[in-house]
Write a protein that binds this ligand. Sequence first.
Ligand SMILES: *[C@@H]1O[C@H](CO)[C@@H](O)[C@H](O)[C@H]1NC(C)=O
Ligand SMILES: *[C@@H]1O[C@H](CO)[C@@H](O)[C@H](O)[C@H]1NC(C)=O
Ligand SMILES: *[C@@H]1O[C@H](CO)[C@@H](O)[C@H](O)[C@H]1NC(C)=O
Ligand SMILES: *[C@@H]1O[C@H](CO)[C@@H](O)[C@H](O)[C@H]1NC(C)=O
Length: 402
Amino acid sequence: MVFPLRLFCAVAIAGFIFVDGGGVNIPSTLDGPFEPVTVPFDESLRGNAVDLPDSDPRVKRRVKGFEPEQISISLSAHYHSVWISWITGESQIGYNIKPLDPKTVASVVRYGMIRQPLTHEATGYSLVYNQLYPFEGLQNYTSGIIHHVRLTGLNPNTLYYYRCGDPSRQAWSKVDSFKTMPVSGPRNYPDRIAIVGDLGLTYNTTTTISHLISNKPNLVLLVGDVTYANLYLTNGTGSDCYSCSFPQSPIHETYQPRWDYWGRFMQNLVSKVPIMVVEGNHEIEEQARGQTFAAYSSRFAFPSEESGSSSTFYYSFDAGGIHFIMLGAYIAYNKSEDQYKWLERDLANVDRSKTPWLVATWHPPWYSSYKAHYKEVECMRVAMEELLYSYGVDIVFNGHDF
Ligand SMILES: *[C@@H]1O[C@H](CO)[C@@H](O)[C@H](O)[C@H]1NC(C)=O
Ligand SMILES: *[C@@H]1O[C@H](CO)[C@@H](O)[C@H](O)[C@H]1NC(C)=O
Ligand SMILES: *[C@@H]1O[C@H](CO)[C@@H](O)[C@H](O)[C@H]1NC(C)=O
Ligand SMILES: *[C@@H]1O[C@H](CO)[C@@H](O)[C@H](O)[C@H]1NC(C)=O
């Protein structure tokens, strides 16, 4: 596995799709083929990115007891449903830590179209995850209680108010709001979708997120590499280049509190605007007994079940007239594997009269001239490209190379 040098991590690439349903004919892949266009890399964007430290007020725990924090929204497969996620209780890192019991805190969301009273209620489930390193001198981590609640029966293009928490503890979040996606159809699109990859939690991340917020997106796509907690040892010491700085460690360590820092920093945006995440190589985070992707799979809610997938690593959803397909580059994808079979089914079910745009996303690009990752995912390209071509996928978004 290649972990890109942090030196190249100065900027997360943020882009926006502006979709205009008002009669403008934007050519799609179905009108192609078109001449390929390449854009040279802007060297001036290279620099050294510095992580926000533990002491930054934006990453500190601000709630008391079992009050919700790290609140986020993600979409379900269709406009009428969304997921609300949050964390209660304190994570622990150290020796002989004892996981919290997720059953001790309820997962409730109250919501409605007016701020008060919030007339609807939904309940969900909760979990904790552990990041265990059974090696001399390494510390273990256990998360706070992670809650996921799915709201259903929502109207399209509608502002909803909500708060989350545990009524029996009087531990509620403040009231926040989000807007649902429009009904799928050739003239219905969210106004702006922000696409970002390789985000991290550096001072440059704060610039990227401020830029993103000022552009008022209706939806955020994060195409892999989230917190870079795996550039740290379990004692909280980090480095731009993990393998150069820490060649002695018995396993590639992580510092999981960085995930909590990231969740706190991002709440301001993602408690109001839905975020859809797909895994990158920095989310692998191998731990004891070969377990991988524990933080990624536990912390985010995915419309996997709703889109016929049995995995957090690949899923699909509609945002108005766009069908998004999120693919996993770090799990099996060959023809005989579940992911490939799911992709075949998902593509076969796409109704281009409802979602004329078909957009696919995964972390590492199939085509790249960047030396460090050259032809790194050629096997995935060979396995899946023909299938995506045959259904006329319009746009592919990747991260990874920068
Ligand atoms: C971490 O957890 C593993 C597995 O339960 C255990 O073997 C190990 O002793 C723990 N390490 C510490 C430092 O508590
Ligand atoms: C990234 O942030 C640093 C300050 O930490 C700044 O000097 C640099 O210009 C920023 N890079 C970009 C590409 O904005
Ligand atoms: C963490 O461990 C590394 C490697 O053993 C060491 O160099 C560093 O000083 C430690 N940091 C702390 C804060 O203990
Ligand atoms: C399947 O995928 C792996 C990579 O994940 C590759 O090594 C293997 O040769 C592939 N091919 C087939 C036909 O299974």
